[in-house]
Design a protein around this ligand. Structure first.
Ligand code: BGC
Length: 396
C-alpha cells in the first residue's frame, strides 16, 4: 500500500465511523464477528443500567499492549517495556465496568467532556442565552458533569487495524457517541468520535472529532476534549510519582483563584516551582497539601503554535528507564499529581495512594467559555472540532 494512502487511513476510519453513526443503517460492529486479525474483544461486565461493556486489546510489534473499553471511551490498561524489556501496566484503572461506575473512579483513563476541566460556577452565556451546568466540584462544574458526561456513557466501538503488506502499522478502536441536546446542560446534539490507536512507532494516539448535528445556522456549543489517563511509569500501584522526572515545553501557565478558575492572565513560569523547562524531579518542589491546588494541578501554555502537533511534555521514571513523550495540537496541558487519590483499590488488587500517579491532560485552557482572551472552545453549526494527542514510549 502506498505510504500516503496508509497515512490517510486513520482519518478515513474516523469519517467512516462518523458516517456509520450518522446513517443508522450501518450495523453495530459488535453484532457481526470481526475477522480474526482485528483487535480482539472481550466482555467487561454490565453497567448499572444493564448495558454490556466491551474491552478491546490492542498490540504493536514492539511489545506494547493497550486495553480500551466503550464505557467512557476509556483507556483501561497500557503495558510498556522497561529498559530490560519487562512490561508493566502504567495506567490506573479497574478490572470491570462496575469499577469505573463506582465512587473510587476519579476519571481514570476516560474521555473527558463535553468540556474538560472547570467552568466557573457552572455557567456560561452563548448567543445571548445563559446555560447552567451541574456543580460537581463545588463551586464549579468539572469534566462535563455529574451523570451523563462523556466519561460516564456507553460509546459504540469499532475495532480496526492497518497493515502495510504483512507489517502491522496500527490497531485501534473508533468510538462514537451522539450526545443529545441538553445532555448535562450543554446546547446542541453533538456527534463525537474518538479513535484510540496503538502504532508501530510505540505511540498511543488519540484523535478527536466532534460536530453539531441537526443544528440551525448560528447554533453553537463549547467543546474541549481530553483523555484523563493517570500514569505511573514504574507501574500502576507503585507508591509515588515523586521520583519521576518531568520536562514541560511551557514558558507560561494560567494562574487561578483558590477554586482553580483561571484569572485570565498568562504568567511566566521562570524561576518558580512550575518551571520544568529543564527536567526536574516532580517531588523536589511540589506545592504543599495546604495550598489550594494541593500539589501540582496547573494548566500550562504549551510553547509553539496551537493546532500544530508539537512536543508538550517528557516524563521519565529513572529506575525503570521508561520515558513518555506527549505531543499535541492543543494550546494547553493540565499537570495534576493525583493529589486526591485516596488509596482506592484498582485492577489486580493494586492500591492507588495519594500522589501515586500523574495526569497530563492536553486541552484548551480551563473555563475558556468565560474567558474572552483564551483560545475559543466554541464550535458553530457546520464547523468540525478536530484534535490529536500522541503518547510516545521508549526505555533508556
Ligand atoms: C483536575 C483536578 C481534579 C482531577 C480529577 C484534573 O483534571 O485539574 O483538579 O481533581 O482532574 O478529577
Amino acid at each position: 500500500m502506498p505510504t500516503n494512502l496508509s497515512a490517510l487511513l486513520p482519518s478515513l476510519m474516523l469519517s467512516l465511523a462518523a458516517l456509520a453513526s450518522a446513517c443508522k443503517s450501518i450495523p453495530n460492529p459488535m453484532s457481526t464477528k470481526p475477522p480474526a486479525s482485528l483487535p480482539p474483544a472481550a466482555a467487561f461486565g454490565k453497567t448499572k443500567a444493564g448495558e454490556s461493556a466491551t474491552v478491546w486489546t490492542l498490540k504493536n510489534s514492539r511489545g506494547l499492549i493497550a486495553k480500551v473499553t466503550d464505557y467512557g471511551a476509556t483507556l483501561v490498561e497500557l503495558h510498556v517495556p522497561d529498559k530490560a524489556g519487562k512490561l508493566a501496566d502504567v495506567v490506573l484503572g479497574f478490572g470491570d465496568v462496575a469499577g469505573y461506575e463506582g465512587g473510587d473512579n476519579q476519571y481514570f483513563g476516560c474521555t473527558t467532556g463535553r468540556v474538560c476541566n472547570r467552568i466557573a460556577k457552572g455557567k456560561f452565556t452563548l448567543n445571548g442565552k445563559e446555560y447552567t451546568l451541574a456543580i460537581n466540584n463545588d463551586p464549579n462544574h468539572l469534566h462535563g458533569g455529574k451523570e451523563r458526561s462523556l466519561s460516564k456513557v456507553m460509546w459504540r466501538g469499532a475495532p480496526y487495524e492497518t497493515r502495510r503488506g504483512k507489517e502491522l502499522v496500527e490497531q485501534g478502536v473508533v468510538f462514537t457517541y451522539t450526545s443529545p441536546a441538553g445532555e448535562e446542560g450543554y446546547p446542541g446534539t453533538l456527534l463525537v468520535t474518538v479513535t484510540i490507536a496503538l502504532t508501530r512507532e510505540s505511540e498511543l494516539r488519540m484523535d478527536y472529532e466532534a460536530r453539531l448535528q441537526d443544528a440551525a445556522p448560528g447554533d453553537a456549543t463549547p467543546i474541549n476534549l481530553t483523555n484523563h489517563a493517570y500514569f505511573n511509569l514504574a507501574g500502576a500501584g507503585s507508591a509515588t510519582v515523586l521520583d519521576h522526572l518531568l520536562k514541560l515545553e511551557a514558558d507560561q501557565y494560567t494562574p487561578t483563584d483558590d477554586t482553580l478558575i483561571p484569572t485570565g492572565e498568562l504568567k511566566p513560569v521562570k524561576g518558580s516551582e512550575l518551571d520544568f523547562g529543564k527536567p526536574h524531579r516532580i517531588g523536589d518542589r511540589i506545592p504543599a497539601d495546604t495550598t489550594p491546588w494541593k500539589g501540582y494541578d496547573h494548566n500550562f501554555v504549551v510553547n509553539g503554535k496551537a493546532g500544530e502537533m508539537r512536543l508538550a511534555a517528557t516524563v521519565k521514571d529513572p529506575a525503570s528507564g521508561r520515558v513518555m513523550e506527549i505531543h499535541t495540537r492543543e494550546p494547553g496541558i493540565q499537570f495534576y499529581t493525583g493529589n486526591f487519590l485516596k488509596g482506592q483499590t484498582g485492577k489486580g488488587g493494586k492500591t492507588y495512594p495519594h500522589r501515586s500517579a500523574i495526569c497530563l491532560e492536553t486541552q484548551h485552557f480551563p473555563d475558556s467559555v468565560n474567558q474572552p482572551k483564551f483560545p475559543s472552545t466554541i464550535y458553530k453549526e457546520g464547523q468540525t472540532y478536530r484534535t490529536s494527542t500522541i503518547h510516545k514510549f521508549r526505555a533508556e
